[in-house]
Design a protein around this ligand. Sequence first.
Ligand code: IMP
Ligand code: MG
Length: 183
Amino acid sequence: MNKDIESILVNESELDALTERLAARIDEDYRDTGRPLVMVCILKGSVMFYVDLIKKIRRPVEMEFMKVSSYGAGTASSGCINLHLDLKRTDYPSLDVILVEDIVDSGRTLSMLTALFRERKVHSIATCTMLDKPSRREVDFAPDYAGLSIPDKFVVGYGLDYNEYYRDLPYVGILKPEVYTNH
Ligand code: IMP
Ligand code: MG
């Protein structure tokens, strides 16, 4: 285990089961829609989860990417969300869209992005997150698909970072608090 990790919160086989479970639910809910299903990866944090999830969805999906940032360096949200990369499409009304996130914390990112897709008049908009920290909510938001609710601990790995590090770990682990309190 990485020396900066206090303990593993979700191991590789649990992540595999989690993505399998969510993929099966999405398959069930979007079966025979006759519309394109656009899975939007919210970069960078959700990339590992996204790839594993869409590989397990059996119906065809389209891949799209958005990049947002709310956090500067550190472990608390700045409350201000920047959109760095967006979709460029003209067929929004014919699309079912699912936004795929790594973790829901304050709820600001997904509630802002959901509102954006509503303005674009997509046929439907839903959200899927690997992890949820419901105790941290600052806005009224509930994801449609959530892998696991976790306590208020700062976690890294499997896409999640602290100052851009630890994204490459194959598991989700709790970061030792001394790593972020010492500077
Ligand atoms: P929200 O807008 O406050 O819900 O923030 C969601 C974003 O905050 C996520 O996409 C992550 O990038 C980041 N975030 C929240 N909690 C954690 C954590 O424990 N570890 C790493 N990133 C986190
Ligand atoms: Mg993120």
